[in-house]
Design a protein around this ligand. Structure first.
Ligand code: DGL
Length: 281
């Protein structure tokens, strides 16, 4: 993460992007800590999923998504998508002159801090797990820590279908988590936007002694601390916010309600093109 100053006096406007609707788990946590911060969200539903894409494609998408948010008034970026953050966070931070947060950095710091036996489990999409970012960063921070990675590609569609407590979901979760349990991890990182919705089932399967790290909480806290440290006022009054999606199929509203716990009005967007339009500030 590269820390840079925004122009003085400029009120902070968070720009949050994700491959689709899952990033709303990050928005929800940010809202809990910063109820009035102006925010613009972009979900790339036309090009989702990101979890199966190559590094080159994800870097291009992340750049276009960031440009879109900046063109709508964002002056701080939050990469809510783990797959994009895993391979493109340095790329985005090096490309745009704004503060960039992402879900991976704070999750790694939290996991390294809380593990007692030095065995950290990581679940995520293939793009996240295969990027090696957790393994490499943690090895640099503390070479004695072992990361046990497990891609869980079936969990995203199950969450989007709302199969949060179904028997089939529990069986699949159990199967994915078995190798992590066998390795004796005492900490598990939920390395995907969708997994906080399965936290109950995951935690039940892992057992009480395993600490679950939810990166959406970790990154929200990091943003709040940054604003306080920089003396930036996180807004007052009712929150100004805009939610853009690159495709809005009919089922969108229902899925979004599951993630946010409330109704959201979505606006259409096309990243990669110039999109002059409204901003939340
Ligand atoms: N948002 C993605 C992530 O956190 C999950 C969905 C996808 O594969 O695009 O990795």
């Amino acid at each position: 993460m590269v820390e840079r100053d925004c122009a003085e006096e400029t009120p902070p406007v968070l720009g949050v992007f994700d491959s689709g609707i899952g990033g709303l788990t990050v928005v929800r946590e940010i809202r809990r800590l910063l109820p009035a911060i102006p925010m613009v969200y972009f979900g790339d539903t036309a090009r989702t999923p990101y979890g199966t894409k190559s590094t080159e494609t994800l870097r291009r998408y992340a750049e276009e998504d960031s440009e879109f948010l900046l063109s709508h008034g964002a002056n701080i970026l939050v990469i809510a998508c783990h797959s994009a953050a895993s391979v493109a966070r340095d790329h985005v931070a090096g490309r745009f002159p704004v503060q960039v947060f992402d879900v991976v950095g704070p999750a790694i710091e939290t996991a390294v801090r809380v593990t007692r036996n030095g065995k950290i489990g990581l679940i995520g999409t293939r793009a996240t797990v295969e990027s090696g970012v957790y393994q490499e960063t943690i090895a640099r921070l503390d070479p004695s820590i072992e990361v046990v990675p497990q891609p869980c590609p079936l969990l995203v569609p199950l969450v989007e279908e709302g199969w949060l407590r179904r028997r089939e979901t529990r069986m699949i979760v159990r199967k994915y988590l078995r190798p992590l349990k066998e390795k004796g991890v005492d900490t598990l990182v939920l390395g995907c936007t969708h997994y906080p919705l399965l936290k109950g089932v995951i935690s039940e399967k892992m057992g009480k002694r395993v600490t679950i790290v939810d990166p959406s909480e970790a990154v929200a806290l990091r943003v709040k601390e940054y604003l306080e440290r920089e003396g930036k006022r996180p807004g007052t009054g009712p929150a100004k916010e805009l939610f853009f999606l690159s495709d809005i199929p009919p089922v969108t509203g229902e899925i979004a309600r599951r993630f946010m716990g409330r109704r959201i009005e979505f606006l259409p967007a096309e990243p990669g093109r110039s999109n002059p339009g409204p901003s939340p500030s």
